[in-house]
Ligand binder design. Structure first.
Ligand SMILES: *[C@@H]1O[C@H](CO)[C@@H](O)[C@H](O)[C@H]1NC(C)=O
Ligand SMILES: *[C@@H]1O[C@H](CO)[C@@H](O)[C@H](O)[C@H]1NC(C)=O
Length: 257
């Protein structure tokens, strides 16, 4: 005899099973498969993914990248300048405007060979990203000692970044092969930038403006100390975010035949 009740439960169980596995197709909706050697397609899909899924994919445990959470950055700066020396601690640091503006320029190194580690090289342009943080600073600017805390905003313009990502294929319990990220390392170059800090010298307008002017005039020297720390923190964040996504995408089904 046909038992409608157990039939219904079975249908629900199957539906839930699909949801838990991230849907019938492991690729997020609205993305297409590319051929492994079609770099233009891979770049287009990556760009689409970043724009559409910038708020993360909660059911896959993939975090939002709008903004990125960069945590605490500690910077000792000014070794190369006479006018500025400081220890700066940025906490609650977030990077804004990445997902909406990033341009993926090249992506090399994909292969369908599941037996050897993957070495990917990515390059991107970031026309205008912004870092926001709570800051604490101690140091000197010109001859003025400075001890302060408040809010800090750093704008980074026309940043070029290249990343080397290594990942090892791993066969997992479901019989599929997934990628495990073992290295995520970027180098970046910023064309120009701008600092803004609140609460400098109790917001005495003259002292604040002249301090910010000195900081911004020394952008190149300070950026050499600050920008690598930002890149390092971004790499840590992106490596974790990428791994969470890759944990839901069998690599053996990733590309078109
Ligand atoms: C980070 O931000 C939260 C909320 O704005 C604040 O309560 C906390 O004190 C901040 N943490 C630090 C280390 O400043
Ligand atoms: C710097 O920040 C202050 C306070 O948020 C703001 O009023 C000011 O317009 C900012 N200056 C620049 C050049 O962005």
């Amino acid at each position: 005899m046909y038992n409608w009740r157990s039939h219904t439960w079975m249908a629900i169980a199957i539906a839930l099973g699909h949801i838990a596995a991230g849907g019938g197709d492991p690729l997020p909706d609205k993305l297409q498969r590319c051929r492994v050697d079609d770099e233009a397609c891979i770049l287009r899909q990556t760009q689409t993914y970043v724009r559409l899924y910038k708020n993360g994919i909660p059911e896959r445990n993939v975090p939002s990248i709008d903004p990125f959470q960069l945590g605490t950055l500690s910077i000792n700066s000014g070794g190369d300048t006479d006018s500025v020396q400081f220890n700066l601690i940025m906490s609650n640091t977030t990077l804004h405007n990445f997902a909406d503006t990033v341009i993926f320029k090249s992506a090399k190194g994909f292969t369908k060979d599941l037996n050897k580690p993957l070495k990917l090289l990515w390059s991107v342009t970031l026309p205008a990203v912004e870092l926001r943080a709570d800051y604490e600073v101690e140091g000197k600017i010109l001859i003025l000692p400075i001890v302060s805390h408040g809010k800090l905003v750093i704008k980074l313009n026309e940043m070029q970044s290249r990343s080397r990502i290594r990942a090892t294929p791993e066969k997992r319990a479901d019989g599929h092969t997934y990628l495990k990220v073992t290295e995520y390392k970027s180098v970046g170059k910023v064309a120009s930038g701008h600092f803004n800090l609140t609460n400098l010298f109790n917001d005495n307008a003259e002292l604040r403006d002249s301090t910010l002017k000195v900081l911004n005039d020394e952008w190149d020297a300070l950026s050499a100390d600050i920008q690598p720390k930002i890149t390092e923190a971004s790499d840590r964040f992106l490596s974790v975010a990428l791994q969470k996504l890759l944990d839901t995408l069998p690599y053996d089904e990733f590309f078109k035949d």
